[in-house]
Design a protein around this ligand. Structure first.
Ligand SMILES: Cc1cc2nc3c(=O)[nH]c(=O)nc-3n(C[C@H](O)[C@H](O)[C@H](O)COP(=O)(O)OP(=O)(O)OC[C@H]3O[C@@H](n4cnc5c(N)ncnc54)[C@H](O)[C@@H]3O)c2cc1C
Length: 379
């Protein structure tokens, strides 16, 4: 796939922004498990947030390819900061796809301007991959829903202004998959409680929380789309989010780790020359670069087909599994090529490896992706 000149300009602008703004601060944000909100606001000012949202709601009206280019460049410097930026899509994507005109006007523009943050909450303490087994309920009472239950590992839950929450609304439905709905919950509502999780291996600057809904009341107008369609909407969400929140983060992470490794082997002396002159080292770099390029091609192809309206959920799942596995592999080799220095935080490759690992877990674990691919191909 050839990038257009506009796409190349977007990629270059994202690269310049990330190099200027992320480099000096990334290690500190990782160590302190905090995010600098100024980065979010600056990114929004430059139009990097909500690029995929239509212009009438404050976005740039661009596609998944453009979003992926930006997120890839952000992750090339720091996966955690890139995750904080990509989280803009978690809450907005479902509203864009299924929301009412009023919901779009209310909830999309403040994300694009960087005023608000948002998230999407499906995972529960006892239901992750098996999302159809969630138990959080939303019960009708007058004009409201009353939401009760718990969610786990929710990005942006302690700093976000609203979450899109998957709830059981139709427990009587025959099929498990038809029992759920997506409901917008503003985080300032009484009964909402988010506790930030500390001590994560990966993307430590990104806010990850456990959430309790203690009879949280929201108006029924906060329902997104139709009742009973929540599970199906979530699958549509994943078919898109696995591009930015999976492949683009992974390709950028692999590229960042590869560049660190290349830099190191060109400077490190051994056996009367530089590591880069050893054929075994050259072979490792060749393999890392080739795998990264293959992952990138797959990501761009999948993103392009979604933008062209030809949703191929198998291809999306394939690129999610493959790109994320490659990110771990490349980051692992980058540590190996650094020798002992690789395990020191100041050389950054350990940081890339730590961050890469979570990519194989969220937005659908690699096992879930493979199950989906295999099942569909064999059906
Ligand atoms: C940093 C972070 C941020 C996250 N952000 C969000 C968020 O914003 N919103 C949200 O809703 N969730 C979020 N998640 C949750 C994430 O999506 C889940 O962790 C993920 O879906 C896996 O679910 P689980 O942790 O319950 O693991 P499980 O589902 O318990 O899986 C455990 C293991 O069993 C395997 N397994 C499960 N089922 C099968 C199967 N059928 N066949 C083969 N193997 C299987 C899995 O692949 C995995 O290896 C986040 C997670 C993390 C770590």
């Amino acid at each position: 796939m050839q990038l257009t000149s506009e796409q190349k300009d977007i990629k270059q602008a994202a690269r310049e922004f990330a190099e200027k703004e992320f480099k000096d601060i990334a290690r500190e944000l990782d160590a302190t498990e905090t995010f600098d909100d100024r980065l979010w606001k600056k990114a929004a000012e430059l139009g990097f947030i909500g690029m995929f949202i239509e212009e009438e709601y404050g976005g740039a009206g661009l596609g998944h390819v453009e979003q992926c280019l930006v997120i890839e460049e952000f992750a090339r410097i720091d996966t955690g900061i890139a995750q904080c930026m990509v989280a803009a899509y978690f809450g907005t994507q479902l509203i864009k796809l299924f929301g009412t005109e009023e919901q779009k006007k209310k909830y999309l523009p403040p994300i694009c301007t960087g005023q608000w943050r948002c998230g999407m909450a499906s995972t529960e303490p006892d239901a992750g991959s098996d999302v159809a087994s969630i138990t959080t309920t939303a019960v009708k009472d007058g004009d409201d829903y009353v939401i009760s239950g718990q969610k786990m590992f929710i990005t942006n839950a302690s700093i976000g202004d609203y979450l899109l929450v998957l709830c059981v609304t139709n427990p009587e439905a025959k099929r498990k998959h038809d029992r759920m709905s997506t409901i917008i919950v503003e985080t300032n509502r009484p009964g909402y409680e988010a506790n930030k999780l500390h001590g994560k291996l990966s993307i430590r600057c990104s806010d990850t929380c456990e959430v309790a809904f203690n009879e949280v009341r929201v108006p029924q107008s906060n329902l997104v789309g139709k009742e009973g369609k929540g599970f199906h909407q979530l699958m549509e969400f994943f078919n898109r989010a696995r591009l930015e929140g999976g492949g683009a983060l992974a390709v950028g992470t692999a590229q960042g780790a590869l560049e660190k490794a290349m830099d190191h082997v060109k400077k490190r002396k051994a056996f009367g020359g530089y590591l880069s002159q050893l054929q075994m080292v050259q072979a490792k770099i060749a393999e890392m670069a080739t795998l990264t390029e293959a992952a990138r091609s797959m990501l761009y192809r999948a993103a392009e087909s979604v933008d062209a309206g030809k949703m191929d959920h198998v291809l999306v799942a394939m690129q999610k599994w493959y790109t994320c596995e490659i990110a771990v592999k490349v980051a692992d080799e980058a540590i190996q090529l650094h020798g002992g220095y690789g395990i020191l935080e100041e050389y950054d490759v350990a940081h890339f490896w730590r961050d890469a690992k979570v990519l194989e877990i969220f937005e659908g674990t690699k096992e879930v992706e493979k199950t989906l691919i295999g099942k569909t191909l064999l059906s």
